[in-house]
Design a binder for this molecule. Structure first.
Ligand code: 13P
Length: 249
């Protein structure tokens, strides 16, 4: 059975005291939920967040990592470093990493391999830009992102992969894909994995939607049969909004 997941991607927000304060708000609101709940703070506050949430059900995950084991990669963070903190999950391929830090399908394939070799779980992000959607090319773009970065993996690897469809035009814009647009794309993605692998891989793959998910639209989006949760940006920075979204399941 695939899992429902709601993950808050804090991006480059929250210094140490803001991290402490948001975590304390999150802890005061934690309830049993029908979804796995995660937050992804900035690297510098990962250890602090991990320690603060050690006894809680919220998993602390990383926003990125490098594909090499170690070495002369100034400013980068390795899988081993993350694991040594206790971090078990990493977000890879976010469109902001692709757009501003030149991440490509090829470099992402290497990152995915590195994370899986280290026994980590990957939340793999992908999604089309506005011009792709306007031209009706969204499925072609998404298929090539997925095939190029993931389809060299064997079926067993998908136990540690979560997909996050994030149409670029819906990120931070207040413009959300309609629940139908999200469902259509998620169903397309699931059928792609059915075709490339088998029913088992496709049926057990959690596919999250990301892009302006808010308390007032989460229920409708998560209610679609192929949407298994969300990757939340702006609304994850307020505990109340984040839990309203978590509780939409
Ligand atoms: P917003 O929810 O702010 O649109 O961001 C979505 C996102 O990029 C999550 O990774």
């Amino acid at each position: 059975m695939r899992k429902n997941i709601v993950a808050g991607n804090w991006k480059m927000n929250n210094d140490l005291s803001q991290t402490e304060s948001l975590i304390s708000d999150l802890k005061s609101q934690v309830q049993t939920s029908n979804a796995e709940v995660m937050i992804a703070p900035t690297f510098v506050n990962l250890w602090h967040a991990f320690e603060a949430l050690r006894q809680d059900s919220i998993e602390v995950v990383a926003q990125n990592m490098h594909f090499a084991d170690n070495g002369a990669y100034t400013g980068e963070v390795s899988a081993e470093m993350l694991k040594s903190l206790g971090i078990k999950t990493v977000i890879l391929g976010h469109s902001e990493r692709r757009a501003y830090f030149n991440e490509t399908d090829e470099s992402l394939a290497k990152k995915v391999d590195q994370a899986l070799q280290h026994g980590m779980r990957v939340i793999f992000c992908f999604g089309e830009e506005l011009q792709d959607r306007k031209a009706g090319n969204q499925e072609t773009v998404v298929k090539s992102q997925l095939v190029n970065a993931l389809c060299h993996l064997d079926a067993d690897a998908y136990k540690n992969i979560v997909l996050a469809y994030e149409p670029v035009w819906a990120i931070g814009t207040g413009e959300t894909a309609t629940p139908e647009q999200a469902q259509d794309m998620h169903a397309f993605i699931r059928s792609l994995f059915k075709e490339r692998y088998n029913n088992d891989v496709a049926d057990n793959l959690s596919i999250l939607y990301g892009g302006s998910v808010k308390p007032n639209n989460a229920k409708e989006i998560f209610g679609k049969p192929d949407v298994d949760g969300g990757l939340i940006g702006g609304a994850s920075l307020k505990a109340e909004d984040f839990f309203a979204i978590v509780n939409a399941f």
